[in-house]
Design a protein around this ligand. Structure first.
Ligand SMILES: [Zn+2]
Length: 649
């Protein structure tokens, strides 16, 4: 049945009248309206901020680890937004420690007035500056964690690691290199300090630094402490480099003359490699502590470094830490002076784009390993073992079948650098170590194609060695990297890199080993350095990754379980505590012995595991014996790898 036009009009009119009547008599609430967004934060522009910000930090509360901040900020009347740094250079992620900020008050001419935190961007604080006010006084505290479960402890009763991004609120609307700051710090009585900043004056324990821009300031942290020693590592007078040691105790900074020489070799080898430097003086800020958390964070003219208190005193136990300084030092060239274009952001609250981290971190990891061997900080054999471990772990990591390497560069934003449960499946930050293997692949390829007349060293000089003495960042793109490689050795480098970085690569990139004269193989005995590290670590460690598929860490808890390994197949997860092996209390030697015995029989290995109050027994039908990765020389092949790791001529 169909209605005529006039009939439809009458019905529509009746419905309209009924709606009007029901609306007039009903008590219905009004239709909800969307809540308006907070006022927009001004975007940064490349214009100087008028006036200089005064920034004073008081570090004298060594008991509670509270850093008190006092700022004076020149302003004009009207809406005004203060930002707390969110995207911290070198972290590659939005991890500015905003949760540690407390006690914020803003006053002008002695009168306190309200601030409002942005409801969407919690790193922004809005105020309205009244007419006639020319300067705001901003006070707050940075509440450094006093226990590790609250975050990295950066301030103990002996040492403070003070990064300026923790202790500054800055005006929105300007590039940070156009905002001038006059910084000062009040130290605890008797404390020493070190920084890449230039000191303007010092009165007692009050240190006034020279005025600088906010970009340089945040890139120039201050270490302070009661036990301090400064060691000159300059390779020559024109290239001043210092090792600034801060320790829990006087013993922890007692570096021996032999150790000094090895560290000085590092700066000599770096000078030979890069043929340039891009700092006035470089300071390794190095804390040796069991109280303050370890760290490795690059800056242009210094680095924040941290190892355990026994780094120098138990030299054999620190073997895995010895590439730390070489890695962070290399960042002065790769990451700071030469910087991926999309990582050079106008201020600390504009998101970073991390897609070139396989160059920024991957190549730095490569040069970190190479310089550690060339300087003698680690024997070449140890560096070869480390490379073997990396490749063997990737062979155990099926995450390669779903996640291309390029996607791992998003991980700092995805997880904000928090640990993940299934490393071999999630492969969170493989751009570091897989990047290393790719650059070894490239280095050996150049050496092979050029008949050993060229190498990645030539790339380093060409790419990083320009503009000697300049501090002004020179950005780079993928095409710049490819062009420089082609200048060293013509080849289809774009395809070489795209294949390894952007496409799924289920097989571990091991061509660098075979071209270098080595192959990955396995031994049933661990190398001596690994035995020492496992036994002396607190808590002791034991690694069964390449046999049963797990490693054991603190309180006998499983640190890592490899995806699809015998342990994984049996339902074992990270975090479970290993209680017993074949019905006897677990210890690492007992499990090693059980693996050796199982090689000769068909009997499975029985493990008793505990997760909270639940106990679980699993049987691992594994008979492959103990396995530790190593690089094995290929007889008769050209030995490029040893040439790479030998001191430069
Ligand atoms: Zn790095």
């Amino acid at each position: 049945m169909m209605m005529s036009g006039p009939q439809r009009s009458i019905i529509a009119l009746l419905i309209f009248v009924l709606i009007l009547i029901s609306a007039a008599f009903s008590q219905n609430p009004p239709v909800p309206q969307p809540v308006p967004l907070p006022p927009a934060t001004p975007a940064p522009v490349d214009k100087p901020y008028p006036g200089t910000i005064g920034l004073q930090v008081d570090l004298t509360d060594t008991v509670r680890g509270i850093m008190s901040v006092h700022e004076t900020i020149p302003v004009a009347p009207g809406p005004f937004t203060l930002l707390y740094p969110q995207w911290i250079p070198g972290d590659h992620s939005p991890t500015g420690p905003i949760a540690k900020l407390g006690g914020l008050t803003i006053t002008a001419d002695g009168q306190r007035f309200d601030w409002v935190r942005d409801r969407v961007d919690v790193f922004a604080f809005h105020v309205t500056v009244p007419k006639g006010v020319k300067s705001l006084t901003v006070d707050f505290q940075y509440l450094s964690p006093v226990r590790s479960r609250d975050g990295r402890v950066a301030f103990s009763s002996e040492i403070a690691d003070m990064a300026w991004d923790m202790v500054v609120l800055y005006p929105a609307g300007h590039f940070v290199r156009r905002i001038q700051v006059s910084p000062s710090v009040k130290l605890p009585e008797g404390w020493h300090f070190a920084s890449a900043l230039t000191v303007a004056s010092q009165t007692g324990n009050l240190v006034q630094f020279q005025e600088t821009n906010l970009e340089t300031l945040v890139d120039s942290p201050v270490y302070a402490g009661i036990h301090f020693q400064r060691v000159d590592l300059s390779p020559n007078a024109a290239n001043p480099v210092y090792l600034d040691l801060f320790g829990d105790t006087p013993a922890s900074i007692a570096i021996t003359p032999e150790q000094i020489e090895l560290h000085r070799n590092l700066t000599r080898e770096a000078e030979k490699l890069y043929g340039s430097h891009h700092y006035g003086h470089y300071d390794f800020l190095y804390l040796l502590s069991d109280k303050v958390g370890g760290v490795g964070l690059e800056h242009h003219q210094c680095s924040e470094d941290g190892s355990r208190a026994n780094y120098f005193t138990d030299w054999a136990a620190s073997v895995d830490d010895r590439d730390l300084l070489a890695h962070e030092y290399t960042h002065s060239w790769n990451g700071k002076f030469r910087r991926p274009a999309d990582l050079w952001t106008p201020n600390f609250n504009v998101p970073m784009q991390d897609d070139l981290l396989w160059v920024y971190e991957g190549m730095t990891e490569y040069w970190g390993f190479v310089l550690t061997a060339r300087s003698g900080l680690s024997p070449a054999a140890h560096i070869r073992d480390r490379m073997a471990f990396i490749a063997a772990n990737y062979d155990l990591s099926p995450g390669r079948t779903w996640r291309p390497l390029i996607d791992t560069t998003n991980q700092p934003t995805v997880s904000q650098r928090a640990p993940v449960s299934w490393v071999s499946w999630q492969r969170p930050e493989d751009y570091y170590d897989e990047g290393l293997l790719i650059w070894l692949d490239a280095d050996t390829k150049i050496r092979e194609m050029s008949n050993r007349t060229k190498s990645l060293d030539d790339f380093a000089k060409l790419f990083f060695g320009v503009n000697n003495g300049s501090y002004v960042p020179l950005t780079y793109t993928f095409d710049d990297v490819v062009a420089a490689l082609n200048r060293v050795q013509p080849y289809d480098w774009a395809t070489f890199l795209h294949t390894r970085v952007d496409q799924l690569a289920p097989h571990t990139p091991k061509d660098g080993f075979t071209r270098g004269g080595y192959r990955l193989s396995y031994s049933d005995t661990p190398p001596d350095w690994l035995k020492h590290v496992e036994e002396t670590n607190v808590p002791p460690l034991a690694d069964f990754s390449w046999s049963l598929g797990f490693s054991v860490g603190g309180e006998d808890a499983l640190a890592n379980v490899w995806w699809n390994s015998p342990a994984f197949q049996a339902g074992v997860t990270p975090g479970m505590r290993l209680m017993a092996v074949n019905d006897e209390t677990y210890n690492a030697n007992r499990l090693r012995e059980a693996i050796v015995q199982a090689e000769k029989t068909a009997t499975p290995i029985k493990l008793l595991l505990r997760r909270e109050d639940h106990f679980q027994t699993v049987s691992l039908d594994y008979h492959g014996g103990l396995r530790y990765p190593k690089l094995e020389r290929i007889d008769g092949s050209v030995d490029l790898l040893d040439a790479i790791l030998a001191p430069a001529k």
